[in-house]
Design a protein around this ligand. Sequence first.
Ligand code: GRF
Length: 193
Amino acid sequence: MLTLGILGSGSGSNMQAILDAVESGQLRARIALVLSDNPDAYILERAKRNGIPAELIDCAPHRTKFPEAIQRETAEKLKRAGVDLVCLAGFMRLVKSPILDVFPSKILNIHPSLLPAFPGIEAWKQALEAGVSETGVTVHEVDIGMDTGPVILQESVAIHSDDTPEILHARIQIVEHRLYPEAIALHAQRINL
Ligand code: GRF
């Protein structure tokens, strides 16, 4: 059975969507481990409430850096839990070679824009500021860059003239929650997991 590990720094609504897809039988997988670099992230609470092992990746005192030694430990934890596909779901640190080397082509990320447009943080705000009429959602393989890597699935989301950042992000998240489980299933099938 496909065994997932999820890394997130925030509310974990994408983790919840993946779990819902697992529980409804839409996604044949199990979530073995949830990890967060943020001790206050609701994703940890959600995981525990659902009986999924959840742990903190303690990067203190580094605010944004993901030190190599901690990346190695993280990769080991995921391996020990039997994880064969890693899903980044709102994870705010850059994953580099200590994890990429252990999970080649086996780390996915979800990003709230039509990449390569608007990489980086708060992509929905970037789209609003750019004045474009549509943005979207991308699920892609993670490589050494930030929000680069081969695209697995993309879907566009319309921007309305009266959108606030909050309203647009909420509309994007509805698409994210449907697209991520689909992309996981598609990628797992392609690489024979
Ligand atoms: C999502 O919008 C995702 O695209 C971005 O961070 C957000 C995470 O949301 N990378 P959640 O924690 O899954 O609710």
